[in-house]
Write a protein that binds this ligand. Structure first.
Ligand code: SAH
Length: 459
């Protein structure tokens, strides 16, 4: 399911919306511009916004009157199998009604919301109510062979028909369906081809392709994590990553952790691919952006090198995150406002000679630069050497931003001149931004400075 949107019309609904968001951390709150102040995303027109969300398959939770949602979506209601959940919540939180999307999880979503608001969901789908199951929507791993018969079959059950179960599946046997050994109707679970009928539903087990997502959580805590990443963390069966990163995603990781202190990224990538190939839904967790000095490239490298056919079947998705250099730049102004590049000073995966040459050429090309992995316990002299190279091409007064523990406790952002820089200024939790020849500072009233790189070249 895509991350849901909670849509509201006035500021008085924000408190209920936040309560819903606490139960569904991937949800984003949309509020009518001019009538709401503290929402995540303002919108201008209610009808256009819900129609656009609905068309993209986004679950919609409206805190409003049912009528306004129904009228807004009326012209789009053509395919019940494809429609996302649409749920309406009374603006005092007393009523939760699933309106649409019974086949795509609306009843379950409404039940989750109702629990968070300490009320009951007004479930009107009879099959779901009586039997705790929607025959048309079997769980992942099963396919209904004759969906055209599901509606009549359910109506017969509601009118008193009974069911004989052939084959076995716990989601059926644990439901409240009226099973008897001599039922008037039959539900069959079979991996052989069987023709169904109006009194005989047939489910076939299907191979579920495993899923692998490589996500970036941003440099810090929850506010910098995208709704997409939160939804993927929530939906995953298994999370793979360094202990520190799994700790950062806290609540999402319970019972799903595959912690590793293994420094070899390719081994971790292989472990994630193997889990996904078993049909699991695996998320590899990186900090910052997963494609910047992180796990996404490692996963593709393993797939590319080892050409395992099972891995080629996997559904793979990379979800972007805010990288440390972006958070550092934002904290101090706009030092990456014009052309820039990123260089990792780690010489574990590439030789130092390449790094040296790259810094020299980037300095000559007058790029602003972000230095990742500047210093560690083993990497002690590289930053001093990098400075020496930069000093050949840049003025000693070039602003250098030292940003440490961005978005985490103990965040610090400091600006010094290039000629002051030493390896002691940085550690493995620091990202550095080196100004170009155009980068400037502006004094602030509090004694600190802004740093920016103009986009204009005079003349
Ligand atoms: N994928 C990450 C980078 C991982 S490499 C990203 O896109 O941000 C690890 C390096 O990133 C660290 O040595 C440091 O230079 C930088 N870094 C990561 N998180 C940081 C943070 N919260 N504050 C400052 N620097 C950080």
């Amino acid at each position: 399911m895509r991350p849901p949107v909670v849509i509201i019309l006035g500021e008085t609904s924000v408190a209920i919306a936040r309560q819903i968001q606490a139960a569904l951390p991937a949800a984003t709150i949309y509020g009518l511009a001019g009538r709401t102040q503290s929402v995540d995303v303002p919108y201008a027109n209610f009808g256009d916004t819900v129609r656009e969300l609905f068309s993209k398959g986004t679950p919609i939770i409206g805190i409003c009157a049912a009528g306004i949602l129904i009228r807004s979506l009326a012209t789009l209601l053509t395919d019940k199998r494809a429609e996302p959940p649409v749920i309406v919540v009374a603006d005092d939180g007393s009523a939760v009604v699933p309106l649409l999307g019974g086949l795509t999880g609306a009843n379950e979503l409404a039940t989750t919301i109702a629990r968070a608001l300490d009320t009951n969901a007004a479930i009107t789908a009879t099959g779901q109510l009586r039997f705790n199951i929607v025959l048309e929507a079997p769980p992942r791993g099963y396919r209904l062979v004759n969906p055209e018969h599901a509606k009549a079959f359910t109506s017969d059950l509601i009118s008193g028909a009974t069911v004989r179960l052939l084959g076995d599946a716990s989601w059926l046997s644990q439901s409240n369906l009226p099973f008897t050994t001599d039922g008037t109707h039959t539900i069959e679970v079979s991996d052989r081809p069987v023709a169904g009928s109006a009194t005989h539903l047939v489910y076939q087990p299907v191979v579920v392709p495993g899923k692998l997502a490589i996500v970036g959580t941003g440099p810090g805590a929850a506010e910098w994590m995208s709704p997409e990443v939160k939804a993927m963390l929530q939906a995953a069966t298994d999370l793979v990553g360094y202990k520190t990163y799994l700790d950062l995603v806290g609540a999402f990781a319970q019972g799903k952790r595959h912690e590793s202190d293994n420094r070899v990224e390719l081994d971790r990538a292989r472990q994630a691919l193997e889990l996904a190939a078993e049909g699991r839904s695996v998320v590899v967790v990186s900090s910052g952006d997963p494609g910047i000095y992180a796990m996404a490239a490692a996963v593709f490298e393993v797939i590319d090198r080892e050409a395992n056919p099972a891995w080629q079947q996997l559904e793979i998705h990379v979800a972007p995150g805010i990288s440390a250099m972006q958070a550092a730049a934002a904290a101090i102004g706009a030092p990456l406002g014009h052309d820039f590049c990123a260089i990792s000073l780690s010489d574990i995966l590439k030789p130092w000679s390449v790094i040296e040459e790259r810094i020299a050429l980037a300095a000559q090309a007058d790029f602003a630069m972000a230095f990742y992995n500047p210093v560690s316990k083993q990497r002690t002299w590289q930053l001093d050497k990098a400075k020496e190279i930069l000093m050949k091409w840049r003025s000693p007064a070039t602003p250098v931003v030292l940003a440490r523990n961005l978005g985490r406790s103990g965040q610090s952002v400091q600006v010094i001149a290039l000629d002051q820089l030493t390896a002691a200024h940085a550690d493995m939790r620091t990202v550095l931004l080196i100004g170009s020849s155009k980068t400037r500072t502006i004094a602030r009233a509090d004694g600190n400075v802004w740093v920016y790189t103009p986009r204009h070249y005079e003349g």
